[in-house]
Unconditional design. Structure first.
Length: 125
């Protein structure tokens, strides 16, 4: 006959096997921190590069998503700055801000559901 302690041990084992998603959440926050200071996404992408490959596949996809978000966002920012001289760049900067927010929200929601973000290879979201 099983004892009540068997269930407690099983629950703690299940909890111990759950991957820690705290760093992935922090990286999403650091990517969004670009609106406050420009250096936080760099810190976030370094964390993503360091922790990529250390967890389950769905969590590794989040780190890949972080890295792609950083590099694609940097490309979009450079294009926006160049086009700012003809005034269209300011509109593109606003669109880039929306792009970043939507991409981080989609990734954060998928992280909460413990699944990989949809369309990791997408340039949009």
């Amino acid at each position: 006959m099983p004892s009540p302690l068997d269930n407690v041990v099983t629950e703690s084992n299940t909890e111990a096997r759950r991957p820690d998603t705290t760093l992935a959440m922090i990286v999403y926050a650091l990517l969004l921190g670009v609106f406050i200071t420009g250096i936080t996404p760099v810190i976030g992408v370094v964390i993503a590069y360091v922790y990529r490959g250390n967890g389950p596949r769905w969590l590794d996809e989040h780190y890949r998503y972080h890295i792609r978000t950083f590099w694609i966002g940097l490309l979009y920012a450079c294009i926006s700055w160049v086009l700012a001289f003809v005034l269209i760049g300011f509109v593109l900067m606003a669109l880039q801000a929306v792009w970043l927010i939507v991409r981080c929200v989609i990734g954060f929601k998928a992280l909460q559901e413990q699944r990989a973000p949809d369309k990791v290879d997408s340039w949009l979201w």
